[in-house]
Design a protein. Structure first.
Length: 282
């Protein structure tokens, strides 16, 4: 079953898909809406492919996906999925409420996997039922109620993520800096390739950023930047017909040779080999 809420005067969109086998077709139809996705595996262990990278979803696991991700699942009929866009609930504008921007959606790692114990699965079951009940209401309070429910869901996920993915208990200002860095990388990775670039935007020193990532993450700031660039290169090589030289230019490389060396170092394949392997897989 799929439930949808849309606002007539905006582009706000929220949907809840409950154990629907044809969910990939729905995702394709909604691809232009730039939706963030919270996907909960309610069945046995299965595989999710995100940008063709396999991830194991144990029973009860959630995976958090941004709209740039391309994804598919082994068994769609076991999934419960909430999907929403910025017009419905902007995690940036509401950051003080949920403290999640650049963390659970644009965080470390991406995509983020979260494990739900029995107590949290029970909460999710109850919350999904409240969502379903509210989809049946059509008064002028429906939108606000939906946003309150989504906020509660995001807060639960954020608390779990802090426990499961941060190496140490975060200080608010430090975590804010990391989240802002991640969001800035998402916005500027094609034009800004050095830690210094982001340090200037954050009014921090590169050393400060490196120390913060060393404290809370297994990655360095430079790794985050380069991995985001490499991911975009893989997407363009696999899903577009752009010439390799043009892809390199789109990602800020003035010389094709520089892009080729970068991609080989990050992926282990030449760009042409990676594209050929993707076509074989299709």
């Amino acid at each position: 079953m799929i439930y949808r809420y849309k606002e007539s005067n905006t582009s706000a969109h929220l949907s809840l898909s409950v154990k629907r086998a044809d969910w990939p077709e729905q995702v394709q139809q909604e691809s232009e809406l730039n939706l963030l996705s919270i996907v909960w595996n309610t069945g046995p262990k299965q595989t999710a492919w995100v940008d063709e990278v396999p991830f194991t979803l144990e029973s009860g696991d959630c995976i958090l996906l941004i709209y740039e991700h391309r994804f598919r699942f082994e068994r769609n009929e076991d999934l419960v999925a909430w999907r929403f866009n910025r017009d419905f609930y902007c995690i940036i504008d509401h950051d003080e409420e949920v403290s999640c921007v650049g963390f659970i959606f644009y965080g470390m790692p991406s995509p983020m996997l979260l494990k739900l114990d029995e107590a949290h699965q029970h909460k999710f079951n109850l919350l999904s039922q409240v969502f379903i009940d509210e989809f049946g209401n059509h008064d002028n309070l429906q939108g606000e109620m939906m946003r309150m429910l989504l906020k509660r869901l995001i807060v639960i996920l954020t608390r779990l993520a802090k426990v499961q993915h941060l190496k140490t208990k975060p200080h608010g200002d430090e975590l804010d800096t990391i989240r802002q860095f991640n969001l800035l990388v998402e916005q500027h990775f094609a034009t800004k390739h050095q830690v210094q670039d982001y340090a200037e935007l954050l009014f921090k020193s590169p050393k400060t950023l490196s120390n913060l990532f060393g404290k809370y993450s297994d990655k360095t700031p430079l790794q985050v930047i380069r991995e985001r660039m490499a991911l975009e290169a893989k997407r363009l090589l696999r899903y577009s017909d752009k010439p390799i030289s043009e892809i390199g230019y789109d990602l800020g490389f003035s010389e094709s040779a520089h892009f080729s060396r970068f991609f080989k170092k990050m992926s282990g394949y030449s760009a042409s080999k990676f594209r050929a392997l993707g076509k074989m897989g299709n």
